[in-house]
Design a protein around this ligand. Structure first.
Ligand code: C5P
Length: 225
C-alpha cells in the first residue's frame, strides 16, 4: 500500500530505539525508549515513496516489515554514529528519533564483573553526538530533524537544541506523569522550527503523530528545493 508519491526520488535516514552501552557481557547502560516513534516514521516515509534507511538500536516493537526499508542494527552509540555519518552525505533528510545514551563506560569488561562489598565506581565518557555532527556536515539542501525529551523547561531546551545542533526542526515531547512518552502508545509533540515558528501537533497515538511530523518535514523539504 503506497499512500502517495510525494517523496519519490528522496532518500531519508531515520534513527530509532535506545542504544545500550555495554559494561560487561551481561550489563549495559540504556534507557526506556521503545523505538515506536522511529519505526512509525520510517514506515510513513516509505509509504509516501521515499527510499528509507532505518538505523535502529534496541527496540521493543516489531520492525516495519516492508522489504523496501533498509534496516541496519546499531546497538551502541558509536555504531549508530558510524553508520549515520557514512550515510548522511547520500540522503535528503535525516530524522534522529533514537534515544542515544549520553555516556558509555570507558572500559568494557570481557568477563562479568563480580559483586563486592561497598560502593562501586563506573567511569564513563561521552558518546559522540550524532545530531550535532550531522548538523555540522549538513549541506544547504538537506533537512535535519531532532527530538527533545525533557521533564522540565521543554520549549527553552528544545530551542537551544535547535540552534546548537543546527537542526531545521526539533520535535519536543514532554515527559511527565500525564505524558510518560516512553513505552506508551500516545505522546504529545510540539514542533519548533528554525524561523522561530512553533506548531503544536497535539496529543495523539504515536503513528498519527508520525504522519503529522512527516507532513511538516515534507513541507520543509519542498521549501528547500
Ligand atoms: O541532547 P539530547 O540527547 O537531548 O538530544 C536529543 C536528540 O539528539 C535526539 O534527536 C537524539 O536522537 C539526538 N542525539 C544524537 N546523538 C547523541 C545524543 C542525542 O543524535 N549522542
Amino acid at each position: 500500500m503506497q499512500k502517495s508519491e510525494e517523496l519519490i526520488g528522496k532518500k531519508v535516514l531515520v534513527t530509532a530505539g535506545a542504544t545500550y552501552e555495554p559494561i560487561d557481557p551481561v550489563r549495559f547502560i540504556g534507557n526506556r525508549s521503545s523505538g515506536k516513534t522511529g519505526a512509525a516514521l520510517a514506515e510513513e516515509f516509505y509509504l509516501r515513496g521515499a527510499e528509507v534507511y532505518l538505523i535502529y538500536g534496541n527496540i521493543h516493537v516489531p520492525l516495519p516489515t516492508y522489504s523496501g526499508i533498509k534496516k541496519i542494527y546499531t546497538p551502541t552509540a558509536q555504531q549508530m554514529f558510524d553508520v549515520c555519518v557514512k550515510l548522511f552525505t547520500d540522503v535528503d533528510m535525516a530524522v534522529l528519533a533514537a534515544a542515544v545514551a549520553d555516556y558509555t563506560p570507558i572500559q568494557f569488561s570481557t568477563v562479568k564483573i563480580k559483586k563486592e562489598d561497598g560502593e562501586m565506581t563506573l567511569h564513563l565518557k561521552k558518546t559522540p553526538d550524532i545530531l550535532k555532527t550531522l548538523g555540522e556536515q549538513k549541506k544547504q539542501n538537506q533537512i535535519l530533524a531532532g527530538f527533545a525529551l525533557e521533564t522540565n523547561c521543554l520549549i527553552e531546551n528544545a530551542q537551544k537544541k535547535l540552534t546548537s545542533k543546527n537542526a531545521d526542526v526539533i520535535f519536543a515531547n514532554i515527559c511527565s506523569e500525564e505524558n510518560p512518552a516512553f513505552h506508551v502508545d500516545e505522546n504529545e509533540i510540539v514542533a519548533l522550527f528554525k524561523n522561530n515558528q512553533m506548531k503544536k501537533l497535539g496529543k495523539n497515538k504515536k503513528y498519527i503523530l508520525a504522519e503529522k511530523m512527516v507532513d511538516e518535514l515534507v513541507m520543509l523539504l519542498h521549501d528547500k528545493i
